[in-house]
Design a protein around this ligand. Structure first.
Ligand SMILES: CC(C)(COP(=O)(O)OP(=O)(O)OC[C@H]1O[C@@H](n2cnc3c(N)ncnc32)[C@H](O)[C@@H]1OP(=O)(O)O)[C@@H](O)C(=O)NCCC(=O)NCCS
Length: 181
């Protein structure tokens, strides 16, 4: 896994020793509530299992899962990944930030890093992302990184027995390069 760096953050692959922090942060109700696949409660062993599948998925070229690390004290703040990678074409971006770190621009900064990596190093042509319509903060993160809103998929995801509307965003490499020469 490469390491990506910005002023406040670095992104690196997850380590087995990150499991306790992942369980604590991802275990908050608010993280599961607006994500598709994060379980709640987040039980013992789930973080170890999640981190444990990363090397195989990475080697298969399907997933690039980064831990978001605060530079000054190496605290783990969240996760950001390229998922469903189609080599030479596109990937989906997904992320969560631990509640204590919300509202500090962390996810926006991490998203800009992973976008640069996806276009410059992986040479993907398109990135896309989705968020529940009731989660506008995620839409702001994507807009900050230059994504365009491409539409709404009504009742697209079933979450805890409720059908959720989903907002769809996309970013093309040419569009990104025009703003990041
Ligand atoms: C969504 C999430 C990733 C944002 O992380 P963050 O580090 O707090 O995000 P940032 O600080 O970079 O940016 C948040 C933006 O949302 C805005 N925002 C926050 N709450 C908002 C709300 N209720 N309505 C609209 N915008 C809101 C902020 O003003 C900011 O926008 P700005 O940069 O234009 O000022 C974080 O809240 C989270 O992990 N939520 C739970 C998991 C999740 O929803 N993951 C995404 C699934 S698609």
């Amino acid at each position: 896994m490469p390491v990506l760096e910005s002023d406040r953050l670095f992104l690196r692959g997850f380590l087995p020793s990150d499991a306790a922090a992942v369980q604590q942060l991802a275990g908050a109700f608010e993280i599961a509530d607006t994500t598709t696949n994060i379980p709640h409660p987040y039980e013992d062993g789930m973080a170890e299992s999640w981190i444990g599948h990363h090397p195989t998925a990475y080697q298969q070229g399907l997933l690039v899962p980064f831990a978001i690390i605060r530079r000054h004290d190496s605290a783990l703040m969240g996760a950001i990944s390229l998922m469903s990678i189609e080599q030479g074409h596109q990937a989906e971006i997904g992320y969560w930030i631990g509640k204590p770190f919300w509202g500090q621009g962390v996810c926006s900064e991490a998203t800009q890093l992973i976008v640069r990596f996806a276009f410059s190093s992986l040479n993907l042509a398109r990135l896309y992302a989705r968020h529940f319509s009731r989660n506008p903060a995620s839409g702001r993160v994507l807009a900050n990184a230059g994504f365009l809103h491409e539409g709404t998929s009504r009742d697209h995801v079933e979450k805890w027995g409720i059908l959720e509307d989903s907002e769809n965003y996309g970013l093309l490499r040419g569009q990104w390069e025009a703003h990041n020469p």
